[in-house]
Design a protein around this ligand. Structure first.
Ligand code: IMP
Ligand code: MG
Length: 184
């Protein structure tokens, strides 16, 4: 078997945007903030698959509360026009969310439509409270403006990958946030 270092790179080059240390420091801060805000409570962390995975794994280890974890799945398909996306939501939830404090955890919010649709659906289950946590936010792309209580980093309108986020399902395993470079 060829050692990993000698294999031909499988990926296009990635331009580093937010390094691992910076992400880890920010995730710690968010965990601390949530720990303080929810002191004495037992929130349910509802992860939005698949982009939430890496962030959620790190975030929950920085929350010092008896949290429970649930997942909901959102897939969006572009239908041509830039912000014209088809959003498909599926879930296989096992925790009764009625009367619970929910923290929706997303990897990235762009127009805000995905997370709004999920919030709408979860609201029907009559939770006691519901807030959104996102690692990355593109505030200038929100349509309409959406309130996010916990945000890791703000971005402009650029497409990023890594730390759970994909480009056609790849790059989720990068430990940092980057941009796919145009040139090689
Ligand atoms: P929204 O519904 O427009 O907020 O889009 C949110 C979804 O689009 C996210 O859950 C991601 O799946 C995807 N997305 C938006 N921007 C990016 C990006 O820069 N990189 C990777 N995925 C993104
Ligand atoms: Mg995606």
């Amino acid at each position: 078997m060829t050692p990993v270092s000698q294999r031909r790179p499988l990926y296009q080059p990635i331009e580093l945007l937010i390094d691992e240390d910076k992400i880890q420091r920010r995730v710690k801060e968010l965990g601390l903030q949530i720990t303080r805000d929810y002191a004495g409570r037992e929130p349910v962390i509802v992860g939005v698959l698949k982009g939430c995975t890496v962030f959620l794994a790190d975030l929950i280890r920085n929350i010092n509360l008896p949290v429970e974890v649930e997942f909901i799945s959102a897939a969006s398909y572009r239908k041509g026009a830039r912000q014209d996306k088809n959003i498909e939501i599926t879930d296989a939830m096992t925790i009764d969310l009625h009367g619970r404090d929910l923290l929706i955890v997303e990897g990235i919010v762009e127009t805000g439509r995905t997370v709004s649709r999920i919030a709408q659906r979860l609201k029907q289950l009559e939770p006691a409270s519901m807030e959104i946590v996102t690692l990355l936010d593109k505030p200038s792309a929100h349509r309409p403006k959406i309130e996010l209580k916990y945000k890791g980093f703000k971005l402009g309108n650029e497409f990023v990958v890594g730390y759970g986020l994909d480009n056609t399902q790849k790059y989720r395993n990068l430990p940092y946030i980057g941009r796919v470079s145009e040139s090689r």
